[in-house]
Design a protein around this ligand. Structure first.
Ligand code: AN7
Length: 368
């Protein structure tokens, strides 16, 4: 075995063992860190890429479909990739407090990493529109939670002004370090598949993640780590699809509260990713989202949150356009446990409640 092969196989082994050092150390040479940067990590990254036969069956024509299960990050979403970078750089710069607006996942991640870095976290959320699990996380991680009578877009406007006027660092995806950390997901996909996929399907809210993936794919290709670039296929919920309909949505609505965003701050970057990759944007209805969410759960044993299922719903909607024998990766951005209300109200399970506690009743209920 050549030395390079030996080193890279050792690297791949380390990535999939408990020795994984977190994504900043794992991809140090690709990230804007230096010897003075304190690395604030919860060992995020190195999430699994899982083949999903039930979705392949829906698409047909020899297409391989994988999901990048980023809901297995430390706080249960891809935000941890960006947050380890944003918080480490904030710490390096001597910052003592961070602030963000959030539909839930950013607040959970910001709270966890800020606390780990010895900083305060202030999170603004749309009152009543954050899934239970996410709110629980922000509280447990000790953030100061400010629930406003407005939506995410209103909250983002406020925190941008806050960070301009007060000594507090903004950790939404306008913070460029967020994008740097999140681009490592694209690296991991190429490191695992040995090449970029033909399509990358991804949900879009504030559109930071699609911009980050595109940056990652471009950087890896420029350094010869892959030969091709994927088409970037971005999906939004029909009631909250400013990028698809090319206009600000003043009152976005969807069951996928994570992507209930009407005025994405990374709009220009996302459109650039779409155009340069020859990709496209499309909206998916809440019904299509829930259909994909159920298939992943009951056919694959993969529990994601509804916003994440938008990537698979979008792929299914675009099935006829996927290249024959091609490879597709759908990004599952968040863990299903984040939103138990959605799960309990949207499943096809058989649930016998209030049964008498004896074998006869149980056997009878099962149909013996
Ligand atoms: C599960 O937490 O905006 O397009 O404040 O939580 O990069 O915004 C969350 C976004 C997709 C969209 N999937 O990502 C927040 C927030 C899940 C998410 C998105 C979010 P971007």
């Amino acid at each position: 075995m050549s030395l390079i092969k030996k080193i890279s196989s050792r690297f791949i082994q380390a990535k999939h063992s408990s020795n994984w050092p977190g994504l900043i150390e794992g991809y140090r040479e690709w990230l804007p860190v230096n010897k003075n940067t304190p690395i604030i990590t919860l060992k995020e990254g190195a999430t699994p890429l899982i083949q999903v036969p039930s979705i392949q069956k829906v698409i047909g024509r020899g297409v391989k479909v994988f999901v990048k299960y980023d809901g297995l990050n430390p706080t249960g979403s891809f935000k941890d990739r960006g947050m380890t970078m944003a918080i480490s750089k904030a710490k390096e710069e001597g910052c003592e407090a961070v602030i963000c607006a959030s539909t839930g996942n950013t607040s959970a991640s910001a709270a966890a990493y800020a606390k780990r870095g010895g900083m305060k976290a202030f999170v603004l959320i749309p009152d009543g529109y954050v899934a239970q699990g996410k709110l629980a996380q922000a509280l447990v991680y000790g953030a100061e939670v400010l629930a406003i009578k407005g939506n995410f877009d209103d909250a983002l406007e406020i925190v941008q002004q806050m960070s301009n006027n007060y000594p507090i660092t903004l950790v939404n995806s306008v913070n460029p370090y967020r994008i740097e950390g999140q681009k490592t997901a694209a690296f991991e996909i190429i490191d695992t598949l040995g090449e970029a996929p033909d399509w990358l399907c991804i949900p879009m809210g504030n559109a930071g993640n699609i911009s980050a993936y595109w940056k990652g794919f471009e950087e890896y290709k420029n350094k010869g780590k892959s030969k091709k670039l994927p088409k970037m296929m971005g999906f939004q919920a029909s009631g909250s699809a400013p990028l698809v309909f090319d206009k600000t949505i003043n009152n976005p609505e969807t069951i996928a509260t994570a992507i209930r965003i009407g005025n994405p701050v990374n709009k220009v970057k996302a459109i650039n990713a779409k155009e340069k990759s020859n990709g496209s944007f499309l909206d998916v209805t809440d019904e299509e989202i829930i259909n994909a969410y159920k298939i992943l759960g009951q056919e694959e044993g993969i529990f994601c949150e509804p916003a994440s299922a938008a990537s698979v719903a979008g792929l299914i909607k675009r099935a006829e356009e996927v290249p024959t024998n091609g490879t597709v990766v759908c990004v599952l951005t968040g863990n299903g446990l984040k939103d138990p209300d959605c799960a309990i109200n949207n499943n096809n399970a058989v649930f016998h409640s209030g049964l008498e506690s004896n074998i006869k009743t149980v056997a009878n209920a099962i149909g013996f």
